[in-house]
Design a protein around this ligand. Structure first.
Ligand SMILES: C[S@@+](CC[C@H](N)C(=O)[O-])C[C@H]1O[C@@H](n2cnc3c(N)ncnc32)[C@H](O)[C@@H]1O
Length: 335
């Protein structure tokens, strides 16, 4: 996260140093033709580590490395009836696909993520400026065709950002380098508009684990507050699941719904799938909700409110056997 784009495009370390950085054999790409970097003109099975460097390896590592390379050769020869050393010159060239993969950074067209999708108007961006380890500036906003990101370190027009891939450095009008990326859910929850104090993402994640929430689960939450926990619950239960979130205060209920909508809308821009619309925000005192709950059972209950114990007689009867009720208190999480 947050690394400049060019760093992300560097080939993985095991490419240049198989003996030191090789992945387990099962994970290594299987190739049916001899491995060859046409651009560098290497012979098919020439070790990529320089021989001087090889001498620095311990005997044990060299044994592992030899065995590793031997295993690859065996696999290759089992897939070709002829040994690759005996293949005619024409057959020794790797297939077009392999050449491309070896020479360029692989592009997996089946696994396009938001990181491959350029910024568009409406997208949420997170701009960060660090000096050494200190974060001087961190700002989240939606991109618009006419907007400008202003800061004490200069401005960047939104038009300069639109059309570029996330995770790059952008130069401000004063010459400072800002990293601009799409915010993770954690960033969003920490920076979104707040009504009451949110449950903190690191604590929410601990609660999700305690409750053992899975895709398809039904979870009751009280109170909704600013909707921070609701967003994490929404992701955890997924499109087949459901979150029922009660909030006694109208203003908090409205803030939470707005925060949820803003995240969903921005998500839809950078992702192929929509964020699930799986949270029922209910503006009601949980203590008066016993009747509503009679028709449903839940897999878990998450409580973040004052005096959470008063809620138990309402939620407990419909909590599935083995279901967990996690309670977020000011100084600890308990369940
Ligand atoms: C600390 S906030 C919850 C923050 C939320 N977990 C988040 O991440 O944004 C507590 C909320 O509980 C609400 N609340 C308190 N008593 C309630 C009740 N009996 N029924 C429903 N909501 C209640 C409050 O109005 C307040 O908005």
């Amino acid at each position: 996260v947050g690394r400049p784009h060019h760093t992300l495009l560097r080939p993985p370390p095991w490419r240049s140093c198989p003996g030191l950085c090789s992945r387990p054999a099962a994970q290594r790409p299987r190739v049916s033709a001899p491995r060859r970097r046409t651009g560098l003109g290497r012979a098919p099975s020439t070790p990529l580590l320089p021989s001087a460097a090889c001498k620095l390896l311990s005997e044990e590592i060299r044994d592992i490395r030899r065995a590793d390379l031997g295993e690859t050769r065996q696999e290759d020869s089992s897939e070709n009836s002829d040994s690759h050393l005996q293949l005619p010159a024409a057959s020794r060239s790797p297939p077009a696909q392999l050449q491309r993969d070896e020479d360029k950074t692989p592009v997996d067209t089946h696994n396009t993520s938001a990181k491959d999708v350029p910024f568009q108007a409406g997208d949420l961006i997170l701009a960060e400026f660090r000096r050494k380890t200190y974060m001087e500036f961190k700002h989240m906003r939606n991109l618009t065709a006419v907007g400008k990101l202003n800061s004490n370190w200069g401005a960047i027009s939104h038009l300069e950002i639109i059309g570029k891939l996330p995770g790059q450095m952008f130069r401000t009008s004063s010459g400072f380098q800002f990293l601009i990326r799409r915010p993770a859910l954690e960033d969003y929850v920490l920076l979104m508009k707040r009504g009451p104090t949110i449950s903190y993402p690191k604590d929410i994640n601990a609660m999700l684990m305690m409750m053992d929430i899975n895709q398809g689960d039904t979870v009751v939450e009280t109170g909704t507050g600013s909707g921070g926990m609701s967003l994490f619950l929404s992701r955890a239960v997924g499109p087949r699941g459901r979150v029922i979130s009660y909030e006694i205060r109208k203003d908090h209920h409205a803030v939470a719904k707005k925060n949820y909508r803003r995240w969903r809308d921005a998500w839809g821009i950078g992702h192929a799938e929509e964020w699930p619309d799986n949270v029922d925000f209910i503006n009601k005192d949980i203590l008066t909700a016993a009747e509503d709950m009679k028709s449903i059972t839940f897999d878990a209950v998450a409580l973040d409110m004052l005096n959470p114990q008063i809620t138990l007689p309402v939620v407990y009867p419909n909590l599935k056997q083995g279901g967990v009720c996690a309670v977020y208190l000011a100084n600890r999480i308990t369940f």
